[in-house]
Design a protein around this ligand. Structure first.
Ligand code: SF4
Length: 65
């Protein structure tokens, strides 16, 4: 289907586990075993929700890939 979002969010090593992205976009981010954020594997991502998570991250750890 052509309306599928092919890019996905990625959390890099800068993450300090503050939880802000998980609060604003719980569908797409969750804590991993190290209590740091990890992007969930989803079929599609709501661009605005992920962009909100990107904008609240204090260490710029989230990006689209
Ligand atoms: S907002 Fe940034 S630093 Fe905070 S948990 Fe999410 S990725 Fe990590």
């Amino acid at each position: 289907m052509s309306d599928k979002v092919v890019k996905r969010p990625f959390v890099n090593n800068n993450c300090i586990g503050c939880g802000a992205c998980i609060q604003v976009a719980p569908n797409y981010f969750d804590y991993n075993k190290e209590y740091l954020s990890e992007a969930k594997k989803c079929e599609t991502y709501n661009e605005q929700d992920v962009n909100n998570a990107i904008s609240v991250c204090p260490v710029d750890a989230i990006s689209w890939i």
